[in-house]
Ligand binder design. Structure first.
Ligand code: CTP
Ligand code: CA
Length: 221
């Protein structure tokens, strides 16, 4: 119930959360981005802080207030986000919720003008922040990735778990109206199997994940 006091089971633990999109500039007035409101990641950061964790929230460009008790680092690009993770280490857990843009371009110094031609952009792949962290000597003991999929949700999630060497992938089906919406249906994919949670609000997903992260860290302690 609303009056049940929350035990600070994550007191003394540090968790890094990435959230929101990244913006990759094309020129001074344009960018490439993924659709992401940042709401799910911000809710997770807040839920972890509510359990007593010290939380470093590395946030791409979003218009959201900082959750209570959370240390926020604002970044714009994927390279900025990658660079912000390292000084935040060490951490007991990392939850990579950000919808990182997969590609960047070498930005033009001035606004690109229309000429009637078809402009060509050379897309450069961004570093995989989650995979880099999973392979880092300072790897947190629990590394959680997200996967927003429009089809074959569990197959893609399992492939990402293996490829990125993380502990869990929280997969969500974004073929509906999840992006920017209030609710989310997630599957927690681990080496042991899949836990599918009923479709519910992003705050409740966040509290469930924070609780599961706390259980995992306490089991590992
Ligand atoms: N991720 C990351 N850095 C990137 C790309 C993704 O840290 N450059 C993280 C995301 O924050 C998420 C997970 O990796 O936790 C999966 O992201 P997703 O975009 O689904 O994976 P990709 O490997 O980019 O695969 P896809 O081709 O499906 O976009
Ligand atoms: Ca991607």
């Amino acid at each position: 119930g609303a009056l049940t006091p929350v035990e600070p089971v994550l007191a003394g633990r540090h968790v890094i959360v990435t959230a929101g999109p990244t913006h990759e500039p094309i020129d001074p007035v344009r960018y490439i981005a993924n659709r992401s409101s940042g709401r799910q990641g911000f809710a997770i950061a807040g839920a972890l802080a509510a359990l007593g964790a010290r939380v470093t929230l590395i946030a791409g460009p979003v218009s959201l207030p900082t959750p209570a008790g959370v240390d926020r680092v604002d970044v714009e690009t994927a390279l900025d986000m990658a660079a912000a993770v390292e000084p935040a280490l060490p951490a007991d857990a990392a939850v990579m919720v950000a919808a990182v843009a997969d590609w960047r371009v070498a930005p033009a110094p001035q606004k690109v003008k229309k000429t009637g031609d078809t402009p060509a952009f050379v897309l450069i792949e961004n570093p995989d922040i989650l995979a880099t962290l999973s392979h880092s000597p300072q790897r947190p003991s629990l590394v959680v990735g997200f996967a927003a999929e429009t089809e074959q949700v569990l197959n893609h999630a399992r492939a990402k778990l293996t490829r990125k060497q993380c502990d869990w992938i929280v997969a969500n089906d974004v073929s509906g109206d999840v992006m920017g919406g209030e609710a989310n249906a997630v599957h927690i994919v681990t080496a042991d199997g899949v836990d599918s949670w009923p479709r519910t609000g992003k705050d409740e997903v966040a509290r469930g994940l924070a609780r599961r992260i706390a259980d995992a860290l306490m089991g590992a302690a």
